[in-house]
Design a binder for this molecule. Structure first.
Ligand code: NAP
Length: 255
């Protein structure tokens, strides 16, 4: 028996990276999963690659989490195609790094729009179902960058904003049987961090090796590390945990 048998989980930005790894983990524990991503083709392709438990299903849905109409249509589709909604993972993300004096308004708005407004719109759409059924789990992706990171004023502000968002919703939604938490990853090997290596004119291998060397547990993180934390917080074992942010970074923020 899986922890998520009979449950439906929607994971945003799940065509690849941490989101895909998380969708796969939910599916391996019995959930049906909806993979939301900007590009419907990429989402459908990813849904086709998820290994499912008996009786579970996966769908890929194209949606822009920063657009209210797109979000509402996507959540309606999840409920009608998979027969309900129990878990929301706000994972979709982008980076537009630059020092403050070079950061454009467009890059500020894009990062705020995807991370913060996206989490707001998705959670608002999901909570209608969660409050009616008196059950729901929301897990948002924050980041160690919330604590401050050179060149990421937009991303850091958004990721710390996520921490305030989950603390507030923990208070508001707790009485309705809804838990809202965040996971704050450190360095995780995905296309997002590969792009950072490229911006720093380093090979992916050298970049990852340097990060691993500086980390207390002497390795980089993998999407599976984050999937384990997200699924724990979305499970009934964590029903007395809400409004919290769990750092999953190999101890990087202890230094
Ligand atoms: P990733 O590989 O870049 O994947 C992010 C996914 O989100 C992409 O498929 C992207 O689609 C999608 N996306 C972007 N904008 C979207 C929108 N408006 N609507 C729907 N989907 C959208 O990123 P990742 O490394 O897996 O990161 C996942 C989450 O973890 C993000 O919130 C990130 O900030 C956070 N995080 C990552 C790390 C890390 O080290 N990797 C560390 C801390 C926190 P497109 O490809 O079409 O843009």
């Amino acid at each position: 028996m899986g922890r998520f048998d009979g449950r439906v989980a929607v994971i945003t930005g799940a065509a690849r990276g941490i989101g895909f790894g998380t969708a796969q983990r939910f599916a391996s524990e019995g959930a049906s999963v909806a993979i939301l991503d900007l590009d419907e083709g990429a989402a459908a392709d990813a849904a086709g690659r998820v290994e499912l438990a008996d009786g579970a299903r996966a769908v890929g849905i194209g949606a822009d989490v920063s657009d209210a109409a797109s979000v509402d249509a996507a959540v309606d589709r999840v409920v009608s195609e998979l027969g309900g909604l129990h878990v929301l993972v706000n994972n979709a993300g982008v980076t537009r790094d630059n020092l403050l004096f070079k950061m454009t308004e467009v890059d500020w708005d894009l990062v705020m729009g995807v991370h913060l407004k996206g989490a707001f719109l998705m959670t608002k759409a999901a909570q209608k179902h969660f409050t009616e059924q008196r059950y729901g789990k929301v897990v948002c992706l924050s980041s160690t960058s919330a604590l401050g990171n050179r060149g990421q004023a937009n991303y850091s502000a958004a990721k710390m904003g996520i921490q305030g968002f989950v603390r507030t919703l923990g208070i508001e939604l707790g009485p309705f049987g809804i838990n809202v938490n965040a996971v704050a990853p450190g360095f995780i090997a995905t296309e997002m961090t590969d792009a950072t290596a490229a911006r720093m004119k380093m090979s992916v291998e050298d970049f990852r090796a340097g990060v691993a060397e500086r980390n207390p547990v002497k390795r980089i993180g993998l999407p599976e590390d984050i999937a384990a934390a997200v699924t724990f917080l979305a499970s009934d074992e964590a029903s007395y945990i809400t409004g919290q942010t769990l750092y999953v970074d190999g101890g990087a923020t202890l230094l």
